[in-house]
Design a protein around this ligand. Structure first.
Ligand SMILES: [Zn+2]
Length: 199
């Protein structure tokens, strides 16, 4: 679910305009960013569900480090600490939450393949509510996330543009009033000098 994660990032951006969109987009996918090299080295794997072509949601993902509950919390914590240096404490907390939101959204759709401890230590039960088994429901969920995220982002970008325009209008008006006042004073001064016979 790429779209759903990105939708969430866009929604957060609308409430946290100080944090750049790229940082939120990266955070929302950070677990998958770490997942890629581990898949390429076969440390973590993606397998099609039996008797399927491995299409949308038809996969079992063994991402026992990047997508284990504790692994995801650790990655979220580290990302938050880094973000803290750039965007303050609030920014750090937001980034941490967004990184971990990836695991929560994955929990909804994955087919009980998410480990609790890194490396599936102790063979604890794997988690996942398996919405991917019902593609229409999980696609609908992603659709809602991108619609809400896109809508919120759009609205906040427009309102920022509007307040910038209002700001600019205020500045231009101040300039016009200043220029007008100075001109009028000069005109009055010139009349005074005329009358006094100086000019
Ligand atoms: Zn993932």
């Amino acid at each position: 679910m790429f779209a759903g994660h990105f939708g969430l990032a866009a929604a957060v951006k609308s409430k946290q305009p100080r944090i750049p969109l790229w940082a939120l987009m990266l955070s929302t996918q950070l677990l998958d960013v770490f997942f890629v090299p581990l898949v390429l080295t076969n440390v973590e794997t993606i397998q099609p569900v039996a008797n399927t072509k491995g299409g949308y949601g038809e996969v079992i993902i063994h991402a026992d480090y990047t997508h284990s509950l504790i692994g995801a919390l650790l990655i979220a914590l580290c990302a938050g600490l880094i973000a803290w240096r750039f965007w303050g404490k609030n920014g750090g907390l937001v980034i941490s939450a967004v990184v971990f939101s990836h695991w929560l959204l994955d929990l909804l759709v994955h087919r009980a393949d998410l480990a609790i401890l890194p490396g599936n230590l102790g063979n604890l039960p794997r988690l996942g509510f398996g919405l991917w088994a019902f593609p229409y429901i999980s696609i609908a969920l992603e659709l809602v996330l991108i619609a809400v995220g896109g809508g919120l982002y759009f609205a906040s970008a427009l309102s920022r543009a509007r307040s910038q325009a209002a700001d600019q209008q205020r500045r231009s008006r101040t300039r016009a009033i200043t220029a007008g006042t100075v001109t009028c004073l000069l005109l009055a001064l010139s009349l005074i000098t005329d009358v006094m016979g100086i000019g």
